[in-house]
Design a protein around this ligand. Structure first.
Ligand code: MG
Length: 310
């Protein structure tokens, strides 16, 4: 590692001073999409006699000069014009001599230009759109698309219900709430997170919570549902998917959810590694109708939105 300089040229000079290999590749870190294929092709061109090599792409747009006010001037024939990328490859001795000859105030936009000014035989090889330079904030989206591959949103839905029984608290979305009843279930009976786990599994097309954590398995008796949710997140990671948003609705007359909503969002966001604004928790009653209205039990439904590789 060497310290960079105040300008690109100074940084390159510092790197050249430290390099000891026979050939050197000079790259812009602002082009994160470098592939092994490009490196191999650059080295191959050097081995077959080129003294300076860079990847380059043809220009698809029409080219035209404009004045400072944006008025169109004469057109520029694009045939034969190339967009030159990095990394650019050189015999180390040659590019070092070229920089020395260029002097301290030389203003070149890339290293190929420095080498050509020094008389090097330069060659261009086929470039790669993934080598685009990260210049403007909006470039990030394009780079992500180019490097991460295309993704499609998938939405999964989940539902769960648990019966009230003896107890002094319930656990919902990872938060323990004092209550005059408990919830009956094989695990901790966290209906909110159970519905959410099913929603994530649904978006992944990987069955339901019962298939992954069979109630017949004593291992899950009294289990903290955080384990289930962490497992669902791990399955999503393993599938190359990304959980981008979750929305849970808790359905009960009591306990009142409002005072605990923020704590539930924080816990859920923590376990899923999501920003808080990507986690929604809502509550409703059923106006005293049905099993939730009679307070025989409570229910939850959830949706999870995942971005999955196409
Ligand atoms: Mg359940």
């Amino acid at each position: 590692m060497v310290e960079g300089g105040a300008s690109r040229t100074e940084s390159v000079r510092a790197g050249l001073g430290a390099a000891s290999a026979e050939t050197i590749l000079i790259h812009d870190a602002a082009r994160p999409g470098l592939t092994p294929e490009i490196v191999t092709a650059l080295r191959g061109a050097l081995e077959s006699g080129a003294e300076a090599v860079a990847p380059a792409l043809p220009i698809a747009d029409s080219l035209r000069r404009a004045d400072a006010e944006g008025r169109a001037q004469d057109d520029v024939a694009r045939a034969g014009l190339m967009r030159v990328q990095t990394p650019q490859a050189f015999p180390t001795a040659l590019i070092r001599a070229a920089y020395e000859a260029a002097g301290p105030d030389a203003a070149f936009t890339d290293d190929l230009s420095v080498a050509i000014a020094h008389g090097a035989k330069a060659r261009l090889i086929g470039g790669d759109p993934r080598l685009m330079k990260y210049t403007y904030p909006e470039d990030r989206l394009m780079l992500e698309a180019l490097l991460g591959g295309a993704r499609a949103p998938c939405v999964g839905a989940g539902f769960d219900a648990h019966r009230f029984g003896d107890g002094d608290s319930v656990t919902l979305c990872g938060v323990r709430i004092a209550h005059n009843k408990g919830l009956v279930g094989h695990s901790d009976a966290d209906a909110g997170w159970h519905a959410l786990v099913d929603a994530i599994l649904g978006a992944l097309g990987q069955g339901d919570i019962g298939a992954h954590f069979p109630p017949s398995d004593p291992k899950w008796k009294g289990a903290d549902s955080e384990k289930f949710l962490r497992h669902a997140r791990a399955l999503s990671d393993a599938a190359g998917a990304r959980i981008v948003h979750v929305d849970i609705t808790l359905i009960c007359e009591r306990p009142k959810i409002g005072p605990h909503r923020d704590a539930m969002r924080v816990r859920t966001a923590e376990v899923l590694g999501l920003p808080l604004d990507r986690v929604s928790i809502k509550a409703t009653t059923t106006e005293r109708m049905g099993f939730t209205g009679r307070e025989e039990g409570l229910a939850a439904q959830a949706t999870a939105t995942l971005e999955r590789p196409i």
